[in-house]
Ligand binder design. Structure first.
Ligand code: AN7
Length: 363
């Protein structure tokens, strides 16, 4: 395929880097946009908030080609779909999956169909699915209803499902755990992440377990997942019919990988808890102001969770003296610029002269 024409030894994406851990063969056409290899950024601010001897790192997945972690799973799902001769893929999406599916399907030259919940996805994500040429249909219902339809259609027609029910999505996404361990040179003690449809927590946990089995790491991290209060089926123990949260990416009431998320929580000795929209937006602003990192609201759920656990004394209640905590920042802030503008004051309009500017900036 195209990427193999590139002889340079530059980074070639997650399939190339981690092929020995992935279900690919010499015959798999590799459809890549050079996803992965995202930075793990130390946060001195958050480390100081948690306390002495705690190091907090941020895995900035918003820097993937389409601006979210979905690209890791999509490169493999689309490559395998092409290997199998598929001519069309389909997904339901709160936005990021559709943006990623549309981009990778475009690269592969196959058809992409996406069902989105009407009026409930961020503008940046919608614009991505549209401009990449996907057939976008807005369902007058929520994500869960859209996913149900996609499951039915892809079971009956020759269209490949590329939601995280597709095992190749999970396989691709697990490479983020590998990167974290490779970058740190060890496993972190804790990993904190948002939970929506629960594919990503399933993928990370699989990745850590495989790295341990391969002798790359000695221990496993505790998996700490956070849902939004108005969309917290796993925390509450029942399906939420009308999920509500400003974090539209995780506005999901019946996660497809519910059981796997509980397994990751229980096997790791971790937890799945929830944060309010207010806590999410506070963390969202804090990340932008203190760390210079712009994420979408759903991603801020991990840092909101970190702050909630810190307030509750969770980390200090454990029999550990020092620890590394990794927060996953799943998507870029530019996906949802309206939210940013609505969270702060709009710029003040002034006269176009020196005096007016100097007065406003205090010089
Ligand atoms: C930024 O795009 O479900 O728990 O359809 O976009 O694996 O679902 C997005 C989910 C976290 C939750 N952060 O991950 C979709 C979709 C962001 C997201 C999640 C999503 P999962």
């Amino acid at each position: 395929m195209q990427n193999l024409k590139l002889k340079a030894k530059s980074y070639q994406g997650i399939i190339d880097r981690y092929k020995r851990y992935l279900p690919i063969t010499d015959k798999t056409p590799i459809i890549t946009l050079r996803e992965g290899n995202t930075p793990l950024i130390y946060s001195s601010y958050l480390s100081s908030v948690v306390g002495k001897n705690f190091s907090v790192y941020l895995k900035y997945e918003g820097l993937n080609p389409t601006g979210s972690f979905k690209d890791r799973g999509m490169t493999l799902a689309i490559s395998k779909a092409c290997e199998g001769g598929s001519k069309a893929v389909m997904c339901a999406s709160t936005g990021n999956t559709s943006a990623s599916a549309a981009a990778y399907a475009a690269k592969a030259g196959i058809k992409c169909i996406v069902l989105i919940p009407k009026g409930a996805i961020a503008l940046g994500k919608l614009s991505q699915a549209l401009i990449h040429g996907a057939k976008v249909l807005a369902v007058d219902g929520n994500f869960d209803a859209a996913l149900e339809l996609v499951r039915e259609i892809t079971a009956k027609y020759p269209i490949t499902l590329v939601n995280s029910l597709n095992p190749y999505r999970i396989e691709g996404q697990k490479t983020a755990s590998f990167e974290i361990c490779d970058d740190l040179g060890r496993v972190p003690e804790f990993q904190i992440m948002p939970v929506g449809n629960a594919g990503n927590i399933t993928a990370y946990w699989k990745g850590y377990k495989e790295y341990k089995a391969a002798g790359k790491i000695r221990e496993l991290p505790k998996m700490l997942g956070f849902q939004a209060e108005g969309a917290a089926p796993i925390v509450r123990g029942h399906i939420i019919k009308n999920p509500k949260t400003v974090a539209t990416a995780i506005r999901i009431g019946n996660p497809a990988s519910w059981k796997q998320a509980e397994a990751a929580r229980d096997e790791s000795g971790g937890l799945i808890d929830m944060v309010s929209d207010k806590q999410i937006l506070q963390a969202y602003s804090l990340l932008a102001k203190k760390d210079g990192i712009f994420v979408e609201p759903a991603s801020a759920a991990s840092v909101a969770g970190l702050l909630k656990l810190t307030d509750k004394g969770y980390f200090h209640s454990l029999p550990i003296k020092k620890a590394t905590i990794v927060c996953i920042l799943t998507g870029h802030g530019l996906k949802d610029p309206d939210r940013a503008v609505n969270t702060v004051k709009n710029p003040k309009v002034i006269k176009p002269n020196l005096k007016s500017v100097l007065k406003e900036i205090g010089y």
